[in-house]
Design a protein around this ligand. Structure first.
Ligand SMILES: C[S@@+](CC[C@H](N)C(=O)[O-])C[C@H]1O[C@@H](n2cnc3c(N)ncnc32)[C@H](O)[C@@H]1O
Length: 286
């Protein structure tokens, strides 16, 4: 597997060779199960209800707030997907490297970077086998991706190694023990007891097929604490997953539904264990 993403005709800054590790265990990579064709095209439903729309937007905003990029800081985005967050960080003055194994997502990312003229380079690779040198980056961000990795503990270990002393990591992930999912499970349990027909398809609180792990606030904290010092936990959005919640909000005037979602989000910020998404800011131990 080539470590550098092919650049084609698009203008994407190249990665300075001094940052690359010389030897990456290619055999290990070959034995590791990962999806080099992963494509987010399949993720977007035909109808996006106001709760899902708000959740995704706030997840992006909250992650960027927690990363808080400074001018010329070197930030590594692990599982960068389309490079949307990386480009935003670069617009704020950071120098960004996106790490991504999927050819499909790298293609999208190259197009997005090129369209924005952003200072973001791409490396094809896995978080488990970090292609960057130890102590080489100021910050790491990993949003909505840790639960797609074959080995999240190994990625956390690598994050701790690649960060400079005092460097920060921001991890944002869906909370499968959120209040919304708990209530959703409960309502569906009662419906079943009352003899209603079983639902067709995956329920929101069931782990999707393309996920490798199921995280909640506590399991994420435990994992992070093994390698890094957790400094701050923020929750994002509340009640996603409550049955018919999105449909109900869609019937309300937009400003009212937004006011409700924003008020719930304010509560969620202080209750990460119950919120829909958890964003952790962590620092190296040494
Ligand atoms: C749900 S997407 C999130 C993308 C992006 N961070 C965002 O928030 O839009 C998860 C990404 O992780 C990538 N990925 C999967 N396994 C990985 C691994 N072992 N190392 C690095 N990235 C990986 C996938 O290809 C995918 O682009």
């Amino acid at each position: 597997m080539s470590l550098r993403a092919k650049r084609g005709n698009l203008k994407v800054p190249s990665l300075p060779p001094r940052l690359l590790r010389h030897s990456v265990p290619r055999n290990d990579i070959r034995h590791c199960q990962f999806d080099i064709e992963w494509d987010d095209g399949q993720l977007f439903p035909e109808v996006i209800y106001p709760d899902a729309d708000f959740l995704l937007r706030r997840m992006n905003e909250a992650t960027l707030e927690v990363v808080n990029p400074r001018r010329d800081e070197l930030i590594l985005d692990i599982g960068c997907g389309r490079g949307i967050d990386g480009v935003e960080l670069a617009k704020r003055g950071a120098v960004v490297i996106g790490l991504e194994p999927s050819y499909v997502m790298l293609k999208h990312a190259r197009e997005h970077i090129s369209a924005n003229g952003a200072n973001m380079s791409l490396v094809r690779g896995l978080g488990e086998y970090m292609p960057l040198r130890n102590k080489s980056v100021d910050k790491v961000v990993c949003k909505g991706a840790l639960d797609h990795f074959p080995d999240p503990p190994m990625v956390m270990e690598q994050i701790a190694l690649v960060l400079k002393p005092g460097g920060e990591a921001t991890i944002a992930i869906a909370n499968f023990e959120s209040l919304g999912f708990k209530l959703g499970r409960m309502v569906w349990w009662f419906r079943k007891k009352l003899g209603f027909k079983a639902a067709v398809g995956r329920m929101l609180w069931e782990v999707p097929e393309d996920h490798t792990y199921r995280f909640d606030y506590l399991s994420l904290r435990r994992l992070v604490n093994e390698h890094l010092e957790m400094e701050k936990a923020t929750g994002v959005s509340l009640f996603f997953g409550i049955p018919w919640w999105g449909i109900l909000l869609s019937k309300l005037p937009r400003n009212i539904s937004l006011a409700i979602l924003s008020s719930l989000d304010k509560v969620a910020r202080c209750l990460p264990s119950l919120s829909d998404v958890v964003v952790l800011r962590c620092r190296t131990k040494y």
